[in-house]
Design a protein around this ligand. Structure first.
Ligand code: GLU
Length: 316
């Protein structure tokens, strides 16, 4: 099957060095395989994701040397998740038909008070509080607040081999619990939207940060339950400061706005990232397309990458 990859940014801020590394590796992997590359805008939370920021991301990607074969503003509205709820409705109905969806009235405060243990991504392991509500109880609760919708997960192991992190196993019932498919305000959750979109758009490989590794068993379960083909996953290492602290959008000094102003051209930044990730032995300015020929996943490490102080000094 022809390779198809994508970059799927959430435009809630300007992209930073970690996002651009993800875009870079997903693009290199596709271009090295002669595949198709897509840009999908994950603006489900439309209030936090203005179109102006999505446009800026496109501009930053072009500047960096990343092109795409479909998607983004040139591809039309269907590449923005905020316009796709009718598509998600269809898949939601399939889960419902299988008896896997139930309404959940738990508020954030109640979940917090229940002191369910959390996972490292900050979500709760849901104890199933609303799973057994009777129709009468549901009707009563509906009068007070609209429910979210959760999907029932099985008590069994989900196993997969990540192209970068290797073997990963999770028991959804024990490690996650029934999870949110649609929020109480009617907005679909990331887990359903990303699965439906990657499947409908023909994506065969998903490259993203290692922080999303824990989401993947939930997504694999949805692929299987919805009868969709599952892509190959590559969860790439995160960039950290020299002391191991994760770089994030809070490090505003490492966003593309500042980097573009500081360096004026992308080659020095690409050279630094290529050396940090093991694609080049030394730091030398390089254009992105020059890295295509000898790109290989074997070169990419599993562990997070602490940027050497001299790189951060160059950047800051
Ligand atoms: N939209 C997500 C983010 O920007 C990425 C989702 C994915 O690649 O699956 O973090």
């Amino acid at each position: 099957m022809a390779v198809c990859g994508r970059f799927a940014p959430t435009p809630s801020g300007r992209i930073h060095l970690g996002n651009i590394l993800c875009a870079m590796l997903s693009w290199l992997s596709v271009r090295a395989a002669g595949g198709r590359y897509l840009l999908r805008i994950e603006d489900l939370d439309a209030m936090r994701c203005p179109r102006s920021l999505a446009d800026l991301i496109e501009d930053d990607l072009h500047w960096f040397g990343i092109d795409w074969d479909d998607g983004g503003s040139a591809g039309g509205e269907q590449w923005y998740q905020s316009t796709r709820s009718a598509v998600y409705d269809r898949y939601f109905a399939k889960l419902k038909q299988q008896g896997l969806i139930y309404p959940c009235f738990c508020s954030r405060a109640e979940l917090h008070a229940a002191q369910a243990p959390h996972r490292s991504d900050g979500t709760y392991i849901y104890a199933g509080t609303c799973r057994g509500l009777t129709p009468v109880q549901i009707a009563e609760k509906r009068k007070r607040r609209p429910p979210a919708a959760r999907v029932i997960v099985p008590d069994g192991e989900v196993h997969f081999v990540d192209g970068c992190q290797g073997s990963y196993t999770e028991n959804l019932a024990q490690d996650c619990g029934d999870f949110i498919i649609r929020r109480s305000d009617g907005v679909y959750g990331y887990q359903l939207a990303v699965v439906v979109d990657d499947a409908e758009m023909g994506v065969t490989e998903v490259v993203r940060g290692r922080d999303l590794l824990e989401s993947t068993p939930r997504q694999m379960y949805l692929y299987e339950t919805l009868g969709l083909d599952c892509p190959q996953f590559y969860h790439i290492p995160l960039l950290t400061a020299p002391d191991g602290r994760r770089l994030s959008k809070r490090d505003g000094d490492l966003d593309l706005g500042v980097l573009r102003e500081k360096f004026g051209r992308p080659e020095p930044i690409i050279g630094m990232l290529a050396a940090a990730i093991g694609l080049r032995p030394t730091i030398q300015p390089v254009a992105l397309r020059e890295l295509v020929a000898d790109f290989s996943w074997d070169k990419i490490p599993q562990q997070d990458i602490a940027l050497p102080p001299e790189i951060l000094q160059r950047v800051q």
